[in-house]
Design a binder for this molecule. Structure first.
Ligand code: Z5A
Ligand code: MG
Length: 212
């Protein structure tokens, strides 16, 4: 490591099936990192607060219909509009904990009739490459014990199975698969230790581009 170089933050993405505990773990991880003196920030996609995010929110809430390609592009645009901020924060040394990312984008659209995973990936090529993707897995039986599906679009079993298959096909060397059928605290401990390593290893590495 070069001592006069600025240490960048790590880009840590959580993916996984419905109710696998992504949001719960992201929240706990960011707090733990901050408490141990590591600069960290939580991001969530879709970011429903932006103008594009508001359209996505109405689409997911089923108050608004959009053509399938069009909503795919909006989910993607919602990540691109965060890109400059993400790069600035990472380069300033802030670790980003991200609740869903481009993998959800590709896996969900490709679960629809007439879409290929290849086509779905195109719009996110070149986004910041995560240093790790923590993929939380849960059987559908274990997920069912955490409460039924909600009212949002996509919250249906057959569709979720197709999504899970697409996630398997998107797996690459950056992924770590984590069995999420454990207590919130046990999961958190494992995840915290995994991320310590990732944060240390990312410090002097350039930020690469996704799917290039
Ligand atoms: N989508 C897309 O199509 N294209 C895109 O590009 C993107 C997303 C980015 C909304 O996402 C939808 O958008 C989503 C994908 C699609 N559609 N679906 N399905 P979202 O991220 O906003 O979805 P969400 O509403 O946050 O749900 P979620 O992510 O599926 O849940 P989660 O974050 O994984 O789980 P959780 O909220 O942390 O926990 C769920 C429940 O289980 C809760 O009651 C917890 O208290 C409980 N829980 C958590 N951990 C445990 C453990 N360890 N044991 C027992 N119980 C637990
Ligand atoms: Mg969530």
């Amino acid at each position: 490591a070069v001592s006069n170089q600025i240490e960048r933050g790590a880009l840590i993405v959580f993916e996984g099936c419905d109710r696998s505990g992504k949001s719960t773990q992201c929240g706990k991880l960011v707090e733990r990192l901050k408490n141990t003196g590591i600069k960290a920030k939580l991001l969530k996609f879709p970011d429903r607060r932006t103008t594009i995010g508001k359209m996505i929110n109405s689409y997911l809430g089923q108050t608004y219909d959009l053509e399938d390609h069009a909503i795919h592009l909006l989910f993607s645009a919602n990540r691109w509009e965060a890109r400059d901020t993400m790069m600035t924060l990472l380069n300033q040394g802030t670790t980003l904990i991200v609740d869903r990312y481009a993998y959800s984008g590709a896996a969900f659209t490709a679960a629809k009739q007439g879409f290929s995973l290849e086509w779905c990936k195109q719009t996110d090529i070149g986004l910041p490459q995560p240093d790790t993707v923590l993929y939380l897995t849960l059987t559908s039986e274990a997920a069912a014990k955490r409460g039924g599906f909600g009212e949002e679009r996509y919250e249906k079993e057959v569709f979720q199975e197709k999504v899970a298959k697409n996630f398997q096909d998107l797996k690459d060397k950056h992924w770590q698969v984590i069995d999420a059928d454990r207590s919130i605290e046990d999961l958190h401990e494992e995840i915290y230790h995994l991320t310590q390593k990732v944060i240390n290893q990312a410090k002097y590495k350039p930020i690469e581009k996704l799917w290039t």
